[in-house]
Design a protein around this ligand. Structure first.
Ligand code: BG6
Length: 376
């Protein structure tokens, strides 16, 4: 007897819980059954052209741009190619020195965001090859691109993007690995190890969702607060940005995402008992860079606590150091540094949802926002 599909009070919480399946549908079809490596035929750009790329530009809006920011770390690490990120709405003013021999990736879950489709047209006119990452097959962005990588998240109804976002990051990782295999900057055995970790993400996401009640309890404590700051370093900074954006979008609480190391250049003046901090302090103990960043995060957290701040920490399972310092700790399953953002955003999506629901707001249709901004 098939289990009864779970009933959800809003699209947003249902879509957050659909992420394990959205990730499976996005990842599995791209793993070649013959050699277990990444296969991305829909990219439609010849390997020799991809091998010769001078630079990759990633252009997007809102949550999609946060996905692109994680993609920058993935591609630079796995494919040794310089990557630049741009707001789609700023792209035309930057007089982009984009041209031949470059690839521009346009990320838009709706595939119709005017800023992003306009930016793609400009990049193509300047001679750049383009790839679209979208959740809508046949959307404008995909039709006008050289190649595309679809997220298979299923229709995303809620205005705040969740399952499309984690699927976008999975697509960016698949592309980075594909590029790394083609350029041989990532060995076959390293690629296979990463693919194993990638395929394990849906299950780890399910484990996080099983602890959703812990996040709801946190939301009960903080849903009346008027300001939040989210902090993250390196590839975790885009997740701090998206955690803040989610909270802003659905609960109307002022929240900002900041690079942890940058807080001491100004924002620290705001940090006292009135400003709760969400700090991403996960650690991949197999990655020396991650361990170094973790040590800096611990020292920053101790400093903020001395200033009277309340700290909600996202830490890696098994970490018994952080709970001694933070006011609250939510644990994330162990994962390689480059993949942990896909897990870290899930408790932050849940937090934004529960806070907004407790504030009695229309979580699926926040005021002043639309699902696809088709005007510039
Ligand atoms: C905004 C939404 O209107 O558009 C954001 O509020 C979204 O949640 C942004 O990230 C970009 O949308 P798209 O379709 O280009 O990914």
């Amino acid at each position: 007897m098939m289990a009864e599909p779970r009933k959800f009070p809003h699209h947003l919480i249902r879509e957050i819980f659909e992420q394990p399946e959205a990730l499976r549908r996005t990842i599995e079809p791209r793993i070649s059954p013959s050699d277990g490596l990444v296969r991305l035929d829909e990219v439609r750009i010849a390997p020799e052209e991809l091998r010769a790329l001078r630079r990759i530009n990633i252009v997007a809006s809102g949550t999609s741009r946060h996905a692109g920011m994680t993609g920058q770390f993935m591609m630079q690490e796995l494919a040794a190619v310089p990557v630049e990120i741009d707001y789609a709405s700023e792209f035309e003013y930057r007089n982009p020195m984009i041209g031949r021999g470059e690839l521009s990736i346009f990320i838009t879950q709706s595939g119709e965001t005017a800023d992003t489709t306009a930016a793609q047209r400009e990049a193509r006119n300047k001679g750049s090859r383009t790839i679209a990452i979208s959740n809508v097959e046949g959307s404008t962005i995909a039709r006008e691109a050289d190649g595309f990588i679809y997220t298979h998240a299923g229709p995303e109804v809620s205005i705040a993007s969740t399952k499309a976002f984690t699927a976008q990051m999975a697509c960016l990782f698949l592309f980075a690995l594909y590029l790394g295999e083609i350029k041989k900057t990532t060995s076959a055995e390293s690629a296979k190890r990463y693919i194993g970790e990638l395929r394990g993400l849906p299950q780890k996401t399910e484990a996080i969702l099983a602890a959703a009640d812990q996040v709801e309890k946190l939301a009960e404590l903080y849903y009346r607060v008027d300001d939040f700051m989210f902090l993250g370093r390196a590839i975790h900074y885009p997740i701090a940005m998206d955690g803040a954006l989610k909270l802003k979008e659905v609960s109307y609480i002022h929240a900002e995402g900041y690079p942890t190391g940058e807080a001491k250049h100004g924002p620290n003046a705001l940090i006292d008992f009135r400003l709760p901090l969400v700090m991403i302090v996960t650690c991949d103990s197999n990655d020396a860079g991650s361990v170094k960043r973790y040590e800096k995060n611990v020292s920053n957290m101790e400093g903020f606590k001395k200033q009277g701040a309340t700290v909600i920490a996202l830490a890696t399972e098994g970490d018994d150091e952080i709970p001694k310092i933070a006011n609250h700790t939510f644990f994330i399953p162990k994962s390689p540094e480059l993949l942990s953002p896909i897990l870290e955003i899930v408790p932050l999506q849940l937090f934004a949802y529960y806070v907004a629901a407790k504030r009695g707001l229309d979580v699926d249709r926040p005021r002043n926002l639309v699902k696809a901004v088709t005007g510039e």
